[in-house]
Design a protein around this ligand. Structure first.
Ligand code: GDP
Ligand code: MG
Length: 163
């Protein structure tokens, strides 16, 4: 059984871009439990010689709770519950939003290990902006650019260190 890494965070922070970067073509859509209308994307990734299962949390459903933070919780609940490590992705360019902060509070209460990832942190300005994420109280953010492939090797090391 492979360790499970769930990629969570609000829409548009780059979760799927990171998922694709880690898994390449080793991806599949997995039908969720009957009655739960959400399918999720799973893949495998080889990180520093270790295979892990990676889960990209699904899109947000219209029928889910009113607030963005509530919809984030609903879409992430099962993935986070089954994860050995949660990658909580924020957008370094956009900065930390109230939805990020609320989701961080909820994540802390789930009792799963969390690794904070500040994406869209390409270049020096991006690395500086990533430091904003310290305010979430989830430890040091790992600054990456999923799109430009920056910081991915470091991130792989941080992930395997925690598994
Ligand atoms: P998701 O909704 O969290 O799954 O986000 P996506 O992976 O779909 O990405 C949302 C948008 O952010 C897309 O337009 C991506 O091209 C862009 N994006 C993702 N990663 C990066 C990055 O490292 N840097 C920049 N500048 N844009 C990114
Ligand atoms: Mg996505």
């Amino acid at each position: 059984v492979l360790p499970v890494v769930a990629v969570a965070g609000r829409p548009n922070v780059g979760k799927s871009t990171l998922f694709n970067k880690l898994t390449g073509r080793r991806q599949a859509l997995v039908a969720d439990t009957p009655g739960v209308t959400r399918d999720r994307k799973e893949g495998t990734a080889l990180l520093r010689g270790r295979w892990v299962r990676v889960i990209d949390t699904a899109g947000l459903e219209e029928s889910a709770p009113e607030t963005l933070a509530g919809r984030m919780r609903a879409s992430s609940e099962s993935a986070v519950a089954g994860a050995d490590l949660v990658l909580f992705v924020v957008d370094a360019r956009a900065g930390i939003t109230p939805a990020d902060a609320h989701f961080a509070d909820w994540l802390r209460r789930q009792g799963r290990p969390v690794l904070l990832v500040a994406n869209k942190a390409e270049g020096r300005a991006g690395a500086d902006a990533a430091m904003d994420a310290y305010s979430l109280g989830l430890g040091s953010p790992v600054a990456i650019s999923a799109e430009h492939g920056e910081g991915i090797a470091d991130l792989m090391g941080e992930i395997t260190d925690r598994l």
